[in-house]
Design a binder for this molecule. Structure first.
Ligand code: BES
Ligand code: MN
Ligand code: MN
Length: 449
């Protein structure tokens, strides 16, 4: 990578654009302005959304940029997100989380991969392309600052931007390649939605001797409720949860199995057996085609050193669900809510808070002509050719943008497990950056027709 490109990449990474943190709003705005300047210099007309969307709360701006091509030429929409996850827990970082640091052939920083590294590599490839071509294409770039926290502003804006977003193809670089950096076309993503369960009992934390055996215990109640969500075989126990699920076709299933990680790869990656999800189903099935309910956190009572004999006044659990095609977000949410309400132990009060419907999952037709074009480009880059992947993770706004733009999504990313996205010590390899950049240049050139 040229020194100048590395310098730009580092500038972008230094913005601590944690979209979910209101205290970082200024960093997000500065980041968006930096990107606006970058794209303006490439001949794009750029617009930052006003930062006052929904309930009057300031949100990181959405950047929309357009570079008009020839009349009637294909139109490409590129989507990426400049927000990053919080650095938390900061003490686990070996280098400062917002000071990019090159060690060997990798760049360490929050956002080095997800998604700044991935989309910036794409923008660099776009610049390479523009430098080498008369560029008949109309190119639109949409960069948001809230993907990691639900894409609030963009979800709100997308509908009204239909005309401006309209495109033939929507390119996204925010996913992983197969092991060994073998190219992968993402043919589906799970949806995600989440909420908080709060249980309240006594009006204060109580002495567990004075009231034990009399007062209801919200910590015990939340444990009981959470364990009721799954059957002993790991399957979800909520009735109605699986209604409408569209099973994968035989060819989707086979392709997913062919590119799945092995039990051993999984063990090496996560350091424990793949014991989650429904036993008896393969890793590929569980990751790509099965929905989940996951507990992201439980908090109640005393967790410090020594002991404290207390009955906590309340307990909360953070719950998220990964959804697959056919599941309706709101139907699923009501089924889970009813399940919890029906089983809530006596004496404690249940409330569901911060429900974020997110988006449902989707799968793209394997026969899509854009996949054929992408496959031939990826074969030129790597003689192994691409595999298809159905990611277990989500980019909720993609289905909304697909609808609003009418474009065929083409989701190709260059992540690897060692990037440790969302974890401390996130990084991106120089080789991955180069692939992402080359991919951008080549796919844009071949979209010229
Ligand atoms: N880039 C990821 C999604 C991803 C990760 C796709 C790995 C493929 C492989 C994205 O930024 C992400 O983290 N999405 C969140 C969305 C949620 C916070 C609403 C997710 O999947 O949890
Ligand atoms: Mn991402
Ligand atoms: Mn992410």
């Amino acid at each position: 990578m040229e020194e100048s490109v590395l310098g730009e990449y580092f500038e972008l990474l230094r913005f601590a654009s944690v979209g979910a943190d209101p205290a970082r709003l200024k960093d997000s705005v500065d980041c968006a302005m930096w990107l606006k300047k970058f794209l303006c210099e490439l001949g794009f007309e750029c617009e930052l959304s006003t930062i006052d969307v929904r309930d009057g709360k300031a949100a990181p701006p959405v950047l929309f940029a357009e570079r008009k091509g020839n009349e009637g030429a294909p139109c490409v929409l590129f989507y990426g997100h400049y927000d990053v996850q919080p650095a938390d827990p900061e003490s686990e970082w070996k280098t400062p989380p917002f000071e990019p640091t090159m060690i060997g052939q990798r760049i360490y920083c929050r956002g080095a991969q997800d998604d700044k590294g991935q989309f910036f590599a794409f923008l660099c490839g776009l610049r390479d392309y523009l430098g080498a071509s008369k560029s008949p294409l109309t190119i639109k770039v949409l960069l948001e600052g809230q993907e990691e926290s639900g894409s609030g502003a963009l979800m709100e804006l997308a509908h009204n931007m239909r005309r401006r977003l309209a495109a033939d193809v929507m390119l996204v670089s925010d996913t992983a390649a197969a092991p060994g950096l073998r190219p992968a076309i993402v043919a589906g993503l799970r949806g995600v939605s989440h909420f908080t369960v709060r249980l309240t009992g006594p009006n204060r934390d109580l002495h567990s001797g004075e009231y034990g055996g009399v007062a209801p215990n919200p910590a015990q109640a939340i444990a009981q409720l959470i364990s009721s969500l799954h059957n002993p075989d790991g399957s979800v126990a909520v009735s109605g949860f699986r209604d409408g699920i569209e099973p994968p076709s035989e060819s989707e299933r086979r392709a997913a199995e062919a590119s799945a990680m092995s039990e051993q790869d999984c063990y090496n990656d996560i350091g424990c057996p793949s014991a989650g999800g429904q036993q008896g189903k393969t890793i590929a099935q569980r990751l790509s085609f099965e929905p989940t309910i996951e507990v992201n956190g439980i908090h109640s009572g005393y967790g410090g050193s020594g002991s404290k004999t207390v009955i906590p006044a309340e307990a909360i659990a953070k719950i998220s669900m990964r959804l697959v095609p056919g599941q309706n977000v709101n139907v699923v949410a009501s089924a889970v809510k009813r399940h919890l309400e029906d089983r809530c132990p006596n004496g404690v009060k249940l409330s569901i808070e911060d429900y974020n419907p997110g988006a449902s999952g989707f799968r793209l037709p394997l026969s899509s002509p854009i996949f054929r074009l992408a496959s031939s480009v990826l074969e030129e880059m790597d003689s192994r050719g691409p595999v298809f992947r159905w990611e277990g993770a989500s980019i909720p706004v993609v289905s909304v943008l697909r609808e609003a733009s009418g474009a065929a999504p083409l989701i190709v990313g260059w992540g690897q497990p060692e990037d440790r996205i969302h974890s401390p010590n996130e990084s991106y390899g120089v080789d991955q950056f180069a692939k992402a950049r080359e991919w951008a240049r080549r796919i844009l050139a071949s979209l010229e027709g």
